[in-house]
Design a protein around this ligand. Sequence first.
Ligand code: AMP
Ligand code: MG
Length: 427
Amino acid sequence: MTTLDEALAGLPDYDPNQMTVEVARAIIARTASPVSAIEQVAVRSALGRVLGRDVVSPLDVPAFENAAMDGYAFAGTALAAGGAIRLRVAGRSFAGHPFDGVTAHGECVRIMTGALLPAGCDTVIPQEQVQREGDTEIVTFDAAAVTPGRHVRHVGEDLAAGHTALHAGKRLRPAALGLLASLGVAEVPVRRRIRVAFFSTGDELRSVGEPLAPGNLYDSNRYTLFGMLQRLGVEVLDLGVVRDDPQAIEDTLRTACREADAVITSGGVSVGEADFTREMMTRLGNVVFWKMAMRPGRPFAFGELESEGKRALLFGLPGNPAAVMASFYHLVRDGLFVLMGAEPQVTPCLPVPTATAIAKRPGRTEFLRGILAADAQGRWQVTVADAQSAGILRTMSEANCFVTLGTERGDVAAGELVDVIAFDGLV
Ligand code: AMP
Ligand code: MG
């Protein structure tokens, strides 16, 4: 296991006051280490979980030779004669109802897609290519319409018995559940679910259901964090709102550290508040405070906590609601995947023309809230949301993507390509 100090030592020079997203992500990924426990769960319960060990196929898929088209199965040697081929239909092989006879020379079998190829047959002629002679059981077709062995699916051609069907570290999606079922697998080994505790800090915050006094506002970060964590499939532990009081925060961090694999806080890491948080957090472990070269989400703390022999990763997010979400997606999420034992997750980031010009200062990465839509001609384009301030949740809710502008990028003109990360694909 790599400690935070080792992870920091292994990297080139960086400036904690101008920390790049890439370096921060690398440090987080190196410091996090996967939970080791593995449990056996039923295939349906494995949705969204991380596979703990490779799953080797106990079967050949397909398990029997079958037709790839609706048509007539016959022995390909019949084609050697060339010209018009004339065969007698000796029977039928339908899915689940195989032909149980034997075809003789000059015979064929009516066959449907997926049905067992009868003994002695190795070729299927699609039904569109044959003429049936009136009501008779005779079909004719041109020998040139098919080659021997065509339109047949072979045993094990999708997946051979003994081969790895799914690799350890895979997050199981619906296709994987179906694949497991197709192999007759009822249960799979998955990593134990990680537990993530979170709480909000701020004397001004009230929880939903409480009255608001002047200067108070409702805590929304615990709700966005709940939503984002829930979708990752982790176990969540909501520790509520904690006052801006070092002792109260320390007590909550100790509880969180004992109970969870990772702790996410929001608020209390900005310049004005970082000092007392820093003092308190360093009593519990090794925490670094960065000023990220990113927007939104400039202040950020990361570290390892230890309390009563238990360890947990700490992610100290800023307080502003949109900054919480941007920091979670771009800094925390991949670290949690490492903890979960998942293989690195690819987040598609695609170039799309921007409908509007964007003012951008080089030197920091910006994650703008955008709206991806097709124009009147059906071409995709992205429009940057009207308000990008770190405190505004409304545009985060209206947006359906992040427009990512890298460190080097300056002002962007309308029509230029920008990198877009869609919030949702097929869910
Ligand atoms: P801080 O990082 O604690 O200085 O907070 C920055 C801004 O985010 C302040 O305007 C806070 O009131 C606001 N804020 C902090 N935590 C929350 C929260 N949980 N929900 C909504 N707004 C918050
Ligand atoms: Mg605060």
